[in-house]
Structure formats: structure tokens, C-alpha cells
Write a protein that binds this ligand. Structure first.
Ligand code: OAD
Length: 235
């Protein structure tokens, strides 16, 4: 870090931070997401066409969360939140619960959460750890046929945007970790913060995104680069 000590930090994480816990990223070389075209399993149209396929896809991913644990990068960000004296917000695009389990609290899941389900009849969102199906009844309105993963699909509006933009507009340091920063609006976050001359932008990634708006890029595995950065910020 070459500038003055930041007061306000916003961190954006993506799938790369959970790779070393055993969860795959989205953009594999084959362009498929665990064997499926993204629009098949991550769009309202896909769900309307093949609800069973979409439920099966997310049921497997929800069940897989039982097999994984937060890694050193998740734990380091929870430590940063606990020990940092200034403002802090962690925004994640990840639908896994590894940041939550690591202890992060000032955390926004902008693409929703695998461990939540939403009723399309009444809109209620509930904590959910088991499988969903078209027969699942909503715990609030008791109707069946309306339960879906409480996840933001392509074409839907991400969650908590107002809180994200408020924090970004006040950040002195913006750190993007393990994200290809290709999906909007997260892709626009870096443009927004880089437009403010006082905000420093830092990318921690396995492979560089090539986005010229990052002032600094540190390449490597998140379990190494994130604890190093946190130790540096708290020193
Ligand atoms: P991507 O799969 O697009 O990018 C993952 C990033 O993680 C890449 O930049 C990799 O270089 C990096 N990476 C891989 N292993 C890593 C490691 N061990 N340490 C550090 N970095 C590593 O995932 P996201 O950017 O999260 O949206 O994708 C954004 C959104 O697109 C997702 O939230 C999802 C997806 O479609 C929705 O579901 C709406």
C-alpha cells in the first residue's frame, strides 16, 4: 500500500475465494457451469422451462456446502472486520455461506444465498438447508409450487445495491478478491470507485483481470494473498 492509511474499506469477493475450500468457479474453460449452460440453470426462463433440473442443480450445490469449510482467506476477512477501526463492508457475489461461517457480519450477499429459499407467491424468504422441489410448501403462506432458490439469476436485479453503492461512494480502499469482475453491476464497482481520485483500488486474483482501473494487482492464491493483505492493513 503506497498511500495514506485508509479509513473505509470495501471488499468485493467472487468465486475465487472459495476455490481452495473446494467449490469451483463459474467460468470454466468449457464455458459451462458444472456441465450446464448458464442460462439453463441461472435464469428465470430456465426455471420456468425446467424447474426440476434447476432445483436439482441448486439442491446439489446446497448439499455440497456440508462438505466444505471456510479457508484462510475467509477467516482473514472476518478478522479484518473485527479488528479494523474504520468502516468496513464485505460484498460477496458468492452464494455459498463460507464468509458467514468464517464470522463475517458486515456482509452483503448481492447474488443471494444457497441456504435461503424464496416463495414466488408471497415473497417470503426463509433460511433453507434441505432440498427444494415443486412440491415444497412455503413456510409462510403454505402454498406449493412457488419455492425457488433465493438467488439472483441473470436478468434479475442484484440485492442490497443501495447499501453497496453508499459504501463504495465513501471507500478509501476497494479490494476485489477472486472475481473476474465480468458481471454487472459488480463490474461497474471498480469504475465507480476508480473515478474518485482518493480511492485506491486493489485486485487480488489468481489470474489478472487486465482491468486497467486497478491501481495494484497481486497475483496468487487467495489463502496466501488475503491473510498477507490483512496482516499489512492491521499492522
Ligand atoms: P468467475 O468464475 O468469473 O471468476 C473467478 C475468479 O477467481 C477468476 O478471476 C480466477 O482467476 C480467480 N481464482 C480462481 N482460483 C483462485 C484462487 N485460488 N485464489 C484467488 N483467485 C482465484 O467468478 P465470479 O467473478 O465470482 O453470478 O463470477 C461472478 C458472477 O458470475 C457469479 O456471482 C455468478 C456468475 O455467473 C450469478 O450467479 C448471478
Amino acid at each position: 500500500m503506497t498511500r495514506d492509511r485508509p479509513q473505509s474499506i470495501v471488499v468485493l469477493t467472487g468465486a475465487g475465494i472459495s476455490v481452495e475450500s473446494g467449490l469451483p468457479t463459474f467460468r470454466g474453460a468449457d464455458g459451462l457451469w458444472e456441465g450446464h449452460r448458464v442460462e439453463e440453470v441461472a435464469s428465470p426462463d430456465g426455471f420456468a422451462r425446467e424447474p426440476l433440473l434447476v432445483h436439482r442443480f441448486y439442491n446439489l450445490r446446497r448439499a455440497a456446502l456440508h462438505q466444505v469449510e471456510p479457508n484462510a482467506a475467509h477467516l482473514a476477512l472476518a478478522r479484518l472486520e473485527r479488528e479494523w477501526q474504520g468502516d468496513f463492508l464485505l460484498i460477496t457475489q458468492n452464494v455459498d455461506d463460507l464468509h458467514d461461517r468464517a464470522g463475517s457480519q458486515r456482509l452483503l450477499h448481492m447474488h443471494g444465498e444457497l441456504r435461503r429459499a424464496r416463495c414466488t407467491h408471497c415473497g417470503a424468504s426463509s433460511s433453507w438447508v434441505t432440498a427444494l422441489s415443486p412440491q415444497t410448501a412455503c413456510p409462510s403462506c403454505v402454498q406449493t409450487g412457488g419455492m425457488r432458490p433465493d438467488i439472483v439469476w441473470f436478468g434479475e436485479v442484484p440485492m442490497h445495491l443501495e447499501a453497496c453503492f453508499t459504501a463504495l461512494s465513501q471507500a478509501d480502499l476497494f479490494v476485489a478478491i477472486g472475481t473476474s469482475v465480468t458481471v454487472y453491476p459488480a463490474a461497474g464497482f471498480v469504475s465507480l470507485v476508480a473515478a474518485r481520485s482518493e480511492t485506491r483500488t486493489l485486485e487480488l486474483n489468481q489470474e489478472a483481470t487486465g482491468n486497467p482501473l486497478f491501481h495494484e494487482v497481486r497475483l496468487g492464491r487467495a489463502t496466501e494473498t488475503v491473510p498477507e493483505l490483512v496482516a499489512e492493513l492491521l499492522a
